[in-house]
Design a binder for this molecule. Structure first.
Ligand SMILES: [Zn+2]
Length: 223
């Protein structure tokens, strides 16, 4: 299926590092879990004005779901669609709740030396594109991350990923945008798959066509 996609660029997100891409409206990015074990944090920004960014809380209102399914869009802090999930070969387990890891998180986990983290990777990835973000954002879309709501309906459980090697999602750009990714460096809390909790590379492909055409859904309005 993947082979039918037309792509113009392939990039590796090295384990523990970040990468960002620039997408034109109508292009897409394929995020491939090469080893099947990696959590990949994701952020998106309007290319014309980076003060408009992908917003998890507005996205949950729009979709009325904790996590997106194929056909759902991600919404900005100005409530415009910025990305749409158009394909997902993984079991569909992702997370919109957990804050991206940052330097302070690792201090709190007992690290006495600096630890690579997703929040710094966001800035590093964007800098490679020549963009200096005015401020950070802990509210990432955590691709492949397995956060399970417990039967009491309010408690969250943090679990390792459940993807297979080569599982991927495809996110279509609904506006010209930057999309930043981090191959999460978390190696203390057990979130990476298959037991050893070692961060690994993931792969990005910028797609120009051949991916499923899914129509844009409107925002949820009470019946
Ligand atoms: Zn992280």
């Amino acid at each position: 299926m993947s082979a039918e996609f037309q792509h113009r660029k392939t990039l590796t997100i090295p384990a523990r590092y970040g990468k960002a891409v620039s997408l034109k409206k109508g292009e897409a990015v394929q995020v491939i879990n090469t080893y099947g074990t990696q959590v990949v944090d994701c952020w998106a920004y309007n290319e014309q004005d980076v003060s408009e960014y992908m917003c998890m809380e507005a996205t949950r209102v729009w979709n009325q779901r904790l996590n997106p399914k194929v056909g759902d869009s991600f919404i900005t802090n100005q409530r415009h669609p910025i990305l749409t999930l158009v394909a997902d070969t993984s079991p569909g387990v992702h997370d919109t709740f957990m804050a991206a890891c940052d330097a302070r998180r690792y201090e709190l986990l007992g690290c006495t030396e600096p630890h690579r983290n997703c929040h710094d990777n966001l800035f590093e990835g964007m800098r490679e594109l020549g963009v200096e973000l005015p401020h950070g954002n802990l509210a990432s879309f955590n691709i492949f991350m397995n956060i399970q709501v417990q039967p009491d309906g309010i408690t969250l459980k943090t679990l390792p990923v459940v993807t297979k090697p080569g599982d991927y999602i495809v996110l279509r750009a609904e506006m010209d945008c930057y999309v930043a990714f981090s191959a999460c460096p978390q190696d203390i809390v057990s979130i990476q798959g298959q037991g050893d909790n070692t961060p690994r590379d993931a792969e990005l492909r910028i797609l120009t066509g051949g991916f499923p055409q899914v129509s844009l859904q409107g925002s949820w309005v009470p019946a």
